[in-house]
Design a protein around this ligand. Structure first.
Ligand SMILES: NC(=O)c1ccc[n+]([C@@H]2O[C@H](COP(=O)([O-])OP(=O)(O)OC[C@H]3O[C@@H](n4cnc5c(N)ncnc54)[C@H](O)[C@@H]3O)[C@@H](O)[C@H]2O)c1
Length: 379
């Protein structure tokens, strides 16, 4: 695939691009990008969504190597650290990401998620960039995977969206969903009433700011109405929503099978390790169509793992991978009354895709501090 696809914007290849194999490599300074710089070039937009979809398509095409996740746990602080990476064949760079989720951080007014990414040349292995994003790129790439799932699986007509988990992903997922579906109402549930209050007061402003940004770019249609955001208990939320997004670190199922209704789509993103679960196993058992980001990961962690180990679904149940949907090798929703469920555990190709988007856009905007390879001071 040529490099002017969404995965390789101008500027990212540098002088060590794969096409330059005949020339001796020249070592470029390492670029260090701050969270502020990264935020100034990467946002929830249609080009970023296309980059994430492209990454999943290449994975489904067998054009990406994804190693197993390295997972570290700090139970005393409800902490997890994941290392994820992927080499997408033919691209001049790959990314390795360290991401953490420490779920007691709210006690100190800190977000749960943080981390950083390193971009390496796939020609020399030398580092090209360090992205000090503090988890921002993980938040964006996770939300865009949710948007991709909804693009292929959610009903065309979405009036109400239910968000379970009023934290960081609860915000990003609702915002990213607007790239693929219009909706009028958001219902939110969280076991923390303070988190619900903050969400209800903040989300309308975030959605308005997104509208303003998207209308000023090619991505938006600029005609969206005000969206009503309100609290709900989990049962009411599921019963009244067309799309439900679950994004908590819960270790107990929250969504029960008896609340499902024809036409519902659920994207579950919170359960990314074996211990976590947000959907009762029977939720997957009752669905007409199942999907996930990567079967090898999802069958060993999260919703599929629990549904399979309790026998709610069989190990041979048909499950589409997101890349089969983005490549249109498999179709998504076929009928308005289907119940669809997609579980996402987060795949290294998303990290390489979003890191290269950030690196490329930052290079084009001449952002970052450059450190000479082998040197110890900024150039
Ligand atoms: N699949 C992926 O690729 C991916 C990527 C990023 C984060 N995650 C996971 O998504 C989850 C949410 O991440 P976040 O960054 O939004 O965290 P966050 O701490 O910002 O938000 C989590 C929210 O869930 C609420 N909550 C916790 N347990 C609950 C329960 N049992 N019932 C109801 N509400 C509950 C908390 O009060 C909080 O408001 C985490 O499990 C995280 O590890 C997954």
């Amino acid at each position: 695939m040529p490099h002017d696809t969404p995965l390789m914007p101008a500027g990212a290849a540098g002088s060590s691009g794969a096409d330059a194999d005949a020339d001796a490599p020249r070592l470029e300074p390492i670029v260090v990008l701050t969270e502020r710089e990264i935020r100034s070039v990467v946002a929830l937009d249609l080009q970023a969504l296309a980059a994430i979809e492209d990454a999943f398509t290449r994975l489904a095409d067998g054009q990406a190597d994804v190693p197993p996740i390295v997972g570290l746990f700090v139970p005393r602080r409800r902490g997890e650290v994941d290392v994820k990476a992927a080499y997408i064949h033919g691209l001049p760079s790959l990314a390795v990401k360290i991401a953490s989720g420490f779920f007691d951080n709210s006690l100190w007014g800190l977000p749960s998620g943080s981390g950083l990414m390193v971009v390496l040349s796939t020609r020399t292995g030398f580092p090209q960039a360090i992205l000090l994003d503090n988890g921002y790129l993980t938040d964006v790439r996770t939300a865009l995977a949710g948007a991709a799932a909804a693009k292929y699986l959610a009903p065309e007509r979405v009036r109400t969206v239910g968000v379970i988990g009023a934290g960081t992903q609860g915000r990003y997922q609702a915002r990213a969903l607007r790239l693929v579906r219009r909706f009028e109402r958001v219902l939110v549930y969280d076991h923390s009433p303070a988190a619900v209050d903050a969400y209800v007061s903040e989300l309308p402003g975030l959605l308005k700011a997104d509208d303003a940004r998207l209308t000023s770019t090619a991505g938006g249609d600029g005609s969206r109405e005000d969206i009503v955001v309100g609290p709900a208990d989990p049962e009411t939320l599921v019963r009244e929503s067309d799309v439900v997004i679950t994004c908590t670190p819960s270790h107990q199922p929250i969504v029960r099978a008896e609340w499902l209704h024809p036409g519902l789509h659920i994207t579950a993103i919170g359960a990314d390790i074996p211990e976590k679960q947000e959907l009762q196993g029977e939720v997957l058992g009752r669905a007409n169509r199942l999907a996930c980001d990567l079967k090898t990961q999802c069958f060993a962690r999260g919703e599929f793992y629990h549904a399979m180990t309790t026998g709610a679904i069989g190990a041979d149940v048909p499950v589409a991978e997101l890349g089969e949907l983005t490549s249109r090798r498999t179709h998504g929703r076929e009928r308005a009354d289907e119940i669809t469920v997609c579980a996402l555990t987060g795949v290294g190709v998303q990290d390489t895709a979003i890191a290269l988007l950030a690196f490329g856009r930052a290079a084009a905007a001449r952002l970052g501090t450059r450190f000479p390879v082998g040197g110890d001071s900024a150039s």
